[in-house]
Design a protein. Structure first.
Lengths: 342, 452
């Protein structure tokens, strides 16, 4: 693989890191949302909601910043994907709005129909957001039709095919597992035991999806493994991924919920790293003509801008990490409902 | 309707709706800092409870601001892809800076502000309030820098030709301090302070009329009035300075704002009027002779460039800009008068006995909201037909791979969803108002007796 450690490459991986950060953080709160309707009792649902209450908003900021960074560093990728996936992006936006509104408004009124309505909105929106994100990733693997002017020339329904749907379902299963483990970590007593019982099921669901996706990728999209053939050391990522997943039930069994959660984070990171190395140096593969693909060079901003943004990122990232960690530290421990809760 | 108009309508609608909320967050945020600061200083629980109530209102505006804000960031790419390709190199840096410096700051500490009352000590909580308030202002700073670059581009050069042309940064600080950014940032932020202050004044005045939470309401009004007075007077200067900048860097916009058709010295300043664009006349008008020339150059002989000096395809719509601009000024003046009157009566000790004024206060919440909206209409419609002034036309910035049916679909859904969202917002705000602050009036204090 041609690999030069230049600004374009750095920004490819920085955006990858933002994506990983988003998936790990918003991943668990989307996962909690996906499991939400399986919890029946109102107080337990409120505990589920409040386990993500103080942090979901901040987690979504990773998506916003990722979008901003993509716009700035690779404007052609941003423009092509966002206009090409127009209807899907609009659907995603509506779901993000519904979800935010549902979290905010659900517990404001005591009526059962009111709460049930928002609970359904919250859960469906969470599942659909994860699914749409997965379908988008799927399309970046399969490639989409582009013309010489970097414009998308396919249709909305062209984005939906068995493979991209499979990646979407896999994403939902991944976040469900991640969310269940987070839930175990943040709850106690009956709800804790219930969620603990679900972790294994979600792991099995995820592993089935994961293996199916991996097999179909190997069979139908072998370009994804090109770099791994050339640089066998990268296979470590695949091993790390499996070990991290295997470690989850082990830690749950030992009652070390936090370590189970860390393992789950590690498996998400490894999975996305596999994806990133698979498509590198392309962002958007043109399925009709490889020459039209958007890569880290023909889709990028100028060297000057990439450089300025790197300085901004280097100044900003320590702060972001410092207060992200402080916030999670302040809100560590089990959820307790009080009068400021959702 | 054609594709361009629909896309513009969608952007205008979604940004106008979004822009109800962030100014409220910025304005309430700064007042929260003052209130909680007083709590830290006096250790009087009264101020803590007061802060807690307004934090609830703040959280509501913030949540809708975030949800509708993500839409804005994505819409550049979905509907304005060609524009995004053109400006990405320049605009993107500001947007990325907004993300990393502002969004993480505000949304991170928001958790402590709303949920952290018993998790952290009072000082740490105050620090979080301060950070949220700063973060919300940083956010305004960066996004207004990006927008100002569209008004008065600087620090860039054009690379490539025709469809492949795009702007690239040559000097980051010239981009940040482009000719209009400082004026517009200060104008926007004090406009936001007014929005927050008058929401607090409005709700508190309602309590006074209803004879509920009297001590809380009086104290809130006083704090908000001080902010309102400072911000409304500040708007005189930032507004004036902005207009002078527009006359220099966007003369066509200034000509539309004041309906100047032919180049002239001794140009008049309209107080109001109705512009007939075809006949190039202003009817039903009252104007101050020479005032426009005087205001932009401190000399009545200052020449103002008229719209006829611009090619027809380079002129903005006139009447919309004219009306929006004059409405903004009228409201700005009204807000100054209202704040001065409030502070004057407060000093005389009779403020809260003026029932009629309390009623005006209740409805005053609408004024800064309308002013903020029409202010942006002036800025954005006045920039037409350009999306980036002088460089890229709005009609050239659209997405090429999107079809008109898709925009109809999203525009209709946005309309329905936002109407629902607005109804919910009002419903929940009313809920919070009816519920009121927690047992504030039952706390004895030396500052004032309840219901006195």
């Amino acid at each position: 693989m041609e690999f030069t450690f230049d600004l374009n490459t750095i920004w490819f991986f920085l955006i990858g890191i933002l994506l990983i950060g988003y998936s790990i953080l918003d991943g668990f709160d989307l996962g909690v949302g996906a499991l939400h309707l399986l919890v029946k009792d109102d107080t337990e649902r409120r505990i589920m909601l409040n386990s993500i209450g103080p942090v979901w908003d901040g987690n979504e900021v990773w998506l916003v910043t990722g979008g901003g960074a993509l716009f700035a560093a690779f404007p052609h990728v941003y423009a092509t994907v966002f206009s090409g996936f127009y209807s899907a992006i609009m659907l995603l936006l509506f779901m993000l709005i519904f979800r935010a509104v549902a979290i905010e408004f659900r517990s404001k009124r005591p009526m059962r129909w009111w709460r049930q309505m928002w609970d359904v909105a919250f859960s469906i929106a969470s599942i659909l957001i994860a699914f749409l994100a997965g379908v988008a990733v799927g399309n970046l693997i399969t490639g989409i039709p582009l013309n010489a002017n970097k414009e998308f020339i396919g249709s909305f329904w062209g984005l939906i095919n068995p493979y991209t749907v499979l990646v979407g379902v896999t994403t939902v299963s991944l976040f469900m597992m991640h969310g269940a483990i987070y839930g175990v970590m943040k709850t106690e007593q009956a709800l804790h035991d219930k969620l603990r019982g679900w972790v294994n099921n979600t792991i099995i669901f995820f592993i089935i999806c994961y293996i199916t996706t991996t097999m179909s990728t190997l069979i139908y999209y072998p370009h994804m493994i090109q770099h791994f053939k050339e640089v066998p050391a990268l296979f470590v990522l695949a091993i790390l991924n499996m070990l991290a997943i295997a470690n989850i039930p082990r830690e749950i069994l030992k009652g070390k919920d936090f370590f189970a959660f860390l393992s789950s984070c590690a498996s998400i990171a490894a999975l996305l790293a596999l994806f990133a190395f698979g498509v590198f140096p392309n962002f958007v593969i043109a399925s009709n003509n490889p020459e039209f693909s958007l890569n880290i060079y023909n889709a990028a901003s100028s060297q000057k801008t990439l450089n300025i943004m790197l300085i901004i990122a280097l100044i900003g990232i320590p702060f972001v990490l410092a207060y992200t960690i402080s916030i999670y530290w302040i809100f560590r421990g089990k959820v307790k409902l009080n009068n400021m809760s959702y | 309707m054609d594709f361009e108009i629909l896309s513009r309508l969608q952007f205008a609608f979604t940004i106008a709706f979004h822009y109800i909320y962030p100014p409220l967050s910025i304005g309430i945020g700064i007042i929260l800092v003052i209130m909680e600061g007083r709590y830290l200083k006096t250790k009087d629980k009264f101020y803590e409870n007061m802060t807690k109530f307004w934090v609830k209102v703040f959280a509501l505006t913030f949540a809708i601001g975030v949800a509708t804000g993500i839409v804005m960031e994505f819409e550049f790419g979905t509907n304005w892809a060609t524009y995004s390709r053109f400006v990405g190199d320049v605009f993107g840096s500001a947007l990325a800076a907004e993300g990393i410096f502002a969004f993480f700051l505000e949304s991170g500490f928001l958790a402590v502000l709303v949920f952290g009352w018993d998790k952290v000590g009072p000082k740490m909580h105050f620090f979080s309030t301060l950070m949220v308030s700063l973060g919300s202002m940083f956010s305004a700073v960066w996004i207004v820098i990006a927008n100002s670059w569209q008004q008065t581009p600087a620090g860039y050069h054009i690379v490539g030709e025709g469809a492949n042309a795009r702007a690239e940064i040559t000097d980051f600080w010239e981009l940040v301090f482009n000719p209009s950014s400082v004026d517009r940032i200060s104008h926007v932020i004090s406009g936001a302070w007014l929005a927050g202050a008058f929401l607090i004044i409005s709700i508190s005045a309602y309590y006074i009329i209803k004879n509920r939470h009297i001590r809380f309401a009086k104290s809130s009004i006083k704090i908000a009035l001080v902010v309102a007075l400072i911000a409304s007077l500040f708007q005189l200067f930032t507004g004036h300075s902005s207009a002078v900048g527009v006359s220099k860097y966007q003369p066509a916009k200034l000509a539309a704002m004041e309906a100047v058709f032919d180049d002239q010295t001794n140009a008049q300043l309209y107080l109001f009027g109705w512009v007939n664009e075809d006949k190039q006349e202003v009817s039903f008008s009252i104007a101050i002779p020479g005032m426009l020339s005087y205001l932009i150059g401190f000399d009545i002989d200052t020449k103002v460039t008229g719209l006829n000096s611009f090619k027809e395809e380079d002129r903005p719509p006139v009447n919309i800009v004219f009306q929006a601009y004059h409405l903004m000024i009228a409201i700005g003046m009204a807000l100054i008068l209202l704040s001065l009157l409030g502070v004057y009566l407060w000093a005389r000790g009779t403020l809260f006995k003026q029932k009629w004024l309390m009623w005006i206060f209740v409805f005053s919440v609408l004024l800064p909201q309308i002013a903020n909206q029409v202010g942006w209409i002036t800025a954005e419609v006045g920039r037409q037909p350009w999306i980036v002034y002088g460089l890229l036309r709005t009609s050239e910035g659209l997405s090429k791979s999107v079809e008109i049916g898709q925009v109809w679909f999203s525009l209709i859904l946005f309309t329905l969803i936002y109407i629902g969202l607005f109804i919910l917002f009002i419903y929940l705000l009313n809920e919070k108002i009816q519920h009121g602050p927690e047992d504030v009036d039952s706390i004895p204090s030396e500052i004032g007796h309840p219901k006195s």
